[in-house]
Design a protein around this ligand. Sequence first.
Ligand code: F0G
Length: 463
Amino acid sequence: MIEIEKLQKGAQIGAGQVCIAPACGARFKLNERLYVCPSCGGLLDVTLGLSADADPERLRAVWTRRLASFDARDRSGVWRYRELLPFTDDAPIVTLAEGNTPLYDAPVSAAYCGLNTLTLKHQGCNPTGSFKDTGMTTAVTQAVILGATTVVCASTGNTAASLAAYAARAHLQCAILVPRGQISHNKLAQSLDYGAAVLELDGNFDDAMRVIRELAEDESIYLVNSINPFRIVGQKTVAAELLHQRDWSVPDHVVVPGGNLGNSSAFGKGFKELKELGLIDRLPRLSVVQAEGAAPFANLFGSESDVLIPIEHPQTLATAIKIGVPVSWQKALRAVVESGGSVLSVSEQEIADAKAIIGRDGVGCEPASATTVAGIKRLVADGVIGSDTDVVAVLTGHILKDTDYAINYHQGKLYTHDRAPGKTKEERRLAGNYNNPPARVKSTKAAILEGLRRHEQKHLGDL
Ligand code: F0G
């Protein structure tokens, strides 16, 4: 225990794990191996008690200085902001130089949404191609500190790929539980290459999540799904990186996709702590977009109820967010409400078209990420977002995460899974409104020039 305490900021006043349930608020040490509150089952939050002696100017200067450093900690877009993390400088960090993801201005997507400008924060440019790496670096570091020998997660593919990579770096045994036949091949390929035990379950993500929580009762096994607050502490640093890249100018609105709702919780926590530290003077509105067939959080937000009703058979081709019982909904709700944001859902057609539009900005993403642009378009049309608003859409995964989806969209072969009685296959086909199918041509100069001409013709009235 003494050893562990040297690696964590346990001695700092106010540092610990706190139950977020208002009626509970129980506190635990940072080195206690917990996932939920042992008293009431509520979600846990890692707090640092930082604000008392914070000097925003000094923090800004230190973080900027680190951009020019070659130290592995400084090169990581997560550990660069280590003042926000619950570890000491001696902690045995497990890093793949995560974070450091670009901000792109996206004029085509902006025009599509009805905005003057739109910024994309591309978390798909992380080492394993998704935002999960920013939380996995801290969760696997915590696993090492706690002496775990096996790390596990349930996943729709990206958490699995990320964990598999970080576990390989840390030489830990790794088991990932994925719903069989329901995750993209590209993500599966990653986990196989990184050497994880890939366990394919009959059932969906929510079934995998339920089983894995039972598994984590075993002392040697450490669970790193986003229910684990040490995932969220890493992911929250993306808020700091985003603002740092904007020279601390706060956007009006930040929009993220919603699945298990760890990411939205992390952004909420990140912005709130930066405000408490005096680094920013207001919170951006945080909005969450779900896919229509897997939208329990959007349903909750639009209702009078204060309890989330699970969706038993979630359906969406954006398989990353095919989740019916999001674990972190209370944290996400708190973040959305406190910031004055909203929660909405978009159709499969809207997601597919938005994804193709983002591509026209030269920025590829996976389907789940495109819910953001689809959602922003909706919020502009509904008058919630004005055309001159400063909006950041967070893209969570790389285009190469789901190549089947992209190929099928462009070839007119993308079908929804909605098997309502009497619905024909043709009725389930998504329109290729912005598709760009490949053309087969003879290997002659004339045929190629003709192919080019036709391509130009087809896309003339596109956007
Ligand atoms: N976008 C992508 C690409 C994802 O992989 C996920 C979640 C989300 C958005 C939603 O984020 O769950 O924090 O609300 N993927 C998880 C996984 C569930 O297992 O890879 P969230």
